[in-house]
Ligand binder design. Structure first.
Ligand code: AHR
Length: 544
């Protein structure tokens, strides 16, 4: 096969799934000509690849009220804080045990010069945050504050470097400053600024969206820069970095192909890929033009289904980018990282359009659940995913009131909590057999049930995630559990009074997990009834 016809073959493998085709039963839901309730068939004795806990990763950008007001209020704030970092936000996220946090952007990353954010705060230069509200950034939250946050959260750092307007030397010095132990120039500078011990930085991003806000580059041009910059992101002391090349938007498979072609040491099973070990992609669930993406809280039934169909597309994109990667990297040395995903709606009325503050409803919870079901099915390639963004921006985990300071947990937060048992568990195939045809939505076939499952062999437990996508109909489901004895179960459900139900400081638990009581023994395993527009998890205690 010549290099020339590789693109053609890959293109053929990536022909878009049109209306009339559907995911195969081994990788996703399928219709089946059966009567009776829908079934989810799970072979409990066939564990697949490990689901990286980093798929439940997060993203915090200098954007709107994510960092300032969200994570960081400063030491003099009346809001209880630790060295300026909000205690309530830390507590909420510690409960989720978030595996990693990406920072400082996003588009902001390629404008950010890290040396402006170290040293005494009063001496730090200011800059313009040109992408997000065109406001002046005072750099009061910088490297030390971020690493302090990482330590308070008990998470791992994913630092995103600047390729668009930064230099190779700047990037090289940043990783030295962060991770070097001896008396090198950057390690000494860190000590002067009050931090004796180096930090651990396991993930480092080589720019962000270089095809757009990160430099308007062509794929091959960026691929060459990614090789160069990544080379200088060195492993210092005992720190080992996974370097993440900035990847494609949506279905730009040619971008992925260019990065895979430029990677080295993929032919043989041994040794690490270089100079980067992962590549990213971004995909947002949205519809409509940029000027009017629709309200977060007011939507029609048609928009509900259209949103869920767009969410289901995430799996198709992951699968196809992974297919390109498989072609060049059969030993799966390079990880795929979806380091920005989530819903993108119009900002809440009266808020700064550049701050991307949006409410979060049951619809967002379903979007998250559908993403995770798809992510679990691609655990063999997916190293990480980072929802955008953790606090007060886009599909957030927590929202804080700018006036009262009150904190609200979103429906999306609860999906992360309910799915926690999938982290580092072994993926199980969950075959969804629906008695009726899946619905046609927005030019795609959308099954009305989404599901995934995983197994923890070490403690003989399994976790099943189930979503009822129907806006208005409850769903009886049989969990057809094969291969292991089931000794006990515990089920939880998340829903609200309507598809648009959401939490506010006045009603913080309008959408909150509750025990799912409508579960009974069935000849095949368990039978349960899901309310309309709901997400459920069933945790199983297994015997032999
Ligand atoms: O998450 C908001 C923005 O979306 C990020 O800054 C950018 O990378 C993407 O376009």
């Amino acid at each position: 096969m010549t290099d020339q016809n590789l693109t053609g073959n890959l293109a053929a493998a990536l022909t878009p799934t049109g209306l009339g085709s559907r995911p195969s039963s081994s990788t996703g839901p399928a219709a089946a000509p059966t009567d009776g309730p829908a079934r989810v068939v799970i072979d409990l004795d066939l564990p697949g690849p490990t689901i990286s806990r980093h798929i439940y990763g997060h993203f915090a950008e200098h954007l709107g009220r994510c960092i300032y007001g969200g994570f960081y209020v400063g030491e003099d704030s009346p809001i209880p804080n630790t060295r300026g970092i909000r205690n309530d936000v830390v507590e909420a996220l510690r409960a989720l045990r978030i595996p990693n946090l990406r920072w400082p952007g996003g588009c902001f990353a390629d404008d950010y010069h890290w040396k402006d954010g170290i040293g005494p705060r009063e001496d730090r230069p200011r800059m313009v945050n040109s992408h997000w509200g065109d406001i002046v950034e005072d750099n009061s939250f910088g490297t030390h504050e971020f690493m302090d946050l990482v330590e308070l959260l008990g998470t791992e750092a994913y630092v995103n470097g600047n390729v668009g307007s930064g230099t190779v030397a700047e990037m090289s010095e940043w990783i030295e400053y962060l991770t070097r132990a001896d008396d090198s120039p950057m390690a000494s500078l860190r000590r002067q600024n009050g931090r004796e011990e180096p930090w651990q930085v396991p993930f480092f991003g080589i720019g962000n969206e270089p095809w757009g806000c990160g430099g308007t580059m062509r794929a091959e041009d960026y691929a060459a820069l990614a090789r160069q910059y990544a080379t200088y992101v060195r492993d210092h002391a005992d720190n080992r970095v996974t370097r993440i090349a900035a990847g494609a938007s949506d279905d730009d498979y040619e971008w992925t192909e260019a990065l895979m072609r430029a990677a080295k040491n993929l032919e043989h099973p041994g040794g690490e890929a270089g100079p980067y070990q992962a590549i990213s992609m971004h995909y947002y669930t949205m519809y409509g033009p940029w000027q009017d993406k629709g309200s977060a809280t007011e939507f029609t039934e048609e928009e509900w289904y259209r949103t869920l169909s767009r969410a289901a597309r995430a799996e198709e994109l992951v699968a196809r980018h992974a297919t390109v990667m498989d072609h060049f990297d059969p030993h799966k040395k390079i990880g795929l990282v979806v380091d920005e995903w989530g819903t993108w709606w119009n900002v809440e009325p009266g808020t700064n359009p550049g701050f991307l503050y949006q409410q979060n409803t049951v619809r967002d919870a379903l979007v998250a659940a559908i993403h995770f079901d798809g992510f679990h099915r691609h655990a063999d390639r997916l190293l990480m995913a980072n929802i955008a963004q953790t606090v007060n921006v886009l599909q957030a985990m927590v929202l804080t009131d700018p006036d009262s300071g009150a904190l609200v947990l979103t429906p999306t937060y609860h999906v992360f909590a309910m799915n926690a048992g999938h982290k580092d568990a072994r993926a199980l195939a969950a075959h969804v057999l629906l008695p009726e045809e899946v619905q046609e939505v927005d030019g795609r076939l959308l099954p009305m049930v989404s599901a995934s499952a995983s197994l923890r062999p070490e403690d003989s437990t399994a976790l099943v995630s189930l979503s009822n996508l129907s806006a208005d109909a409850p769903r009886t489901l049989v969990l057809d559990l094969r291969g292991r004895e089931v000794l006990g179960h515990e089920a939880t459900v998340l829903t609200g009074a309507s598809t648009a139900a959401h939490n506010t400081p006045e009603q913080p638990d309008a959408v909150a997990p509750a025990p799912l009581t409508d579960v009974r023994a069935h000849a095949r395993g368990l039978e349960l009834r899901l309310p309309p527009h709901s997400v459920a998890t069933v945790s199983l205690q297994l015997g032999n």
